[in-house]
Design a protein around this ligand. Structure first.
Ligand code: TRP
Length: 335
């Protein structure tokens, strides 16, 4: 992280459910590309995950598994800062401060909040409401230039920018105003069972998503069962969400253009195409699973990574937080 000319990227995935092919194509695969040209912080955002009740033992295990999956996907612990959000207390501290510069009205407009309230009507906690403030803290703590996020997070990024501008408007240039970053490649990957909704990590229907750790048989089965129509035409067409999704998956993995794929499968049926998609996915994920199996029991190595990550992240975060404290008027810490 020596090169100060490089721009800063922050992103994170919540440790809920399992890392899916959608996360891989939409996020992790791009992170791997970004790590050479940017100074990147990639976090397992565990604080965010507790807006929904989690089993303690499972959460602890899953957090480590997620970190190892980052590594298995090719994210280099030497080049990036990898850490658990809860290990850097500045996230929670800044989040409180920023919540005092965020309006109830702004937060009430967040569509994800409204969706989550509908889904978890029995647990509409304050954390669910202030979630975007914590996300703003994640981003602003590191003077982040670019935030790679999917379209579902655009609104949250927008509010982070608004909060930053408001704060800067009062106190001067404290925060860098972050920009969204949409990679060239990487369509939004949809559920295999309901291709009108995003492939979700926490989908109760296991056939809807592919975990990046699924074994080949499972991958083949899930793709064969993917919902399509009865047209048997392999072309991107509006309203044909199921086949469009499979074409997008195939394109993202093989790096072939849509036109080439449409040509290649002209006159062929869904059966043939699904077979090809399944093979491509199996081969893409095979080395990831192998690396994961290699690393997951190496407790010392994993610990070393998240210890160093937290240390490096804290160092950067505390710089921003001290500045914020000074601007607000808190007494300087003498320890
Ligand atoms: N809210 C994001 C999601 O659910 C995860 C996240 C938390 C995040 N903090 C972030 C993403 C900061 C980018 C930057 O996908």
């Amino acid at each position: 992280m020596e090169n100060n000319a490089k721009k800063i990227i922050f992103s994170g995935i919540q440790p809920t459910g399992c890392i899916t092919l959608g996360n891989y194509i939409g996020a992790l695969k791009n992170w791997v590309e970004l790590q050479n040209d940017y100074n990147c912080l990639f976090s397992v955002v565990d604080l965010h995950s507790i807006t929904v009740r989690q089993d303690s033992a499972l959460l602890r295990k899953r957090c480590k598994e997620f970190l190892v999956q980052y590594l298995a996907c090719g994210i280099d612990a030497e080049k990036n800062i990898l850490f658990f959000q809860s290990h850097v207390p500045q996230h929670a501290e800044l989040s409180w401060i920023l919540s005092c510069y965020t309006y109830m009205g702004e937060l009430s407009r967040m569509t994800q909040y409204k969706d989550k309230c509908a889904k978890h009507a029995d647990n509409i906690n304050a954390g669910l409401f202030t979630y975007p403030v914590l996300m703003a803290a994640d981003i602003l703590l590191y003077q982040t230039d670019l935030v790679p996020v999917g379209s579902d997070q655009k609104q949250h990024l927008e509010i982070a920018r608004d909060i930053a501008m408001r704060f800067n408007g009062i106190y001067g240039e404290v925060f860098k105003i972050p920009e969204g970053f949409t990679p060239k490649e990487g369509a939004r990957i949809m559920s295999l069972q309901d291709p009108t909704s995003k492939m979700s990590k926490s989908d109760p229907n296991e056939n809807g998503f592919i975990s990046i750790l699924d074994n080949p048989d499972v991958i083949v089965r899930k793709i064969k069962r993917a919902v399509t129509d009865s047209d048997n035409v392999i072309k991107i067409r509006e309203g044909h969400d199921g086949i469009n999704n499979l074409i997008n998956i195939y394109a993202s993995i093989t790096k072939k253009s849509i036109a080439d794929i449409e040509n290649e499968f002209d006159g062929k049926g869904y059966g043939d195409f699904k077979q090809s998609v399944a093979e491509a996915v199996v081969e893409e994920l095979r080395p990831i699973r192998a690396r994961y199996d290699d690393l997951i029991n190496n407790k010392d190595y994993i610990e070393e990574i998240y210890k160093n990550g937290a240390y490096a992240a804290q160092k950067l975060a505390s710089r921003t937080l001290s500045k914020v404290h000074r601007k607000i008027g808190f007494v300087d810490r003498k320890y």
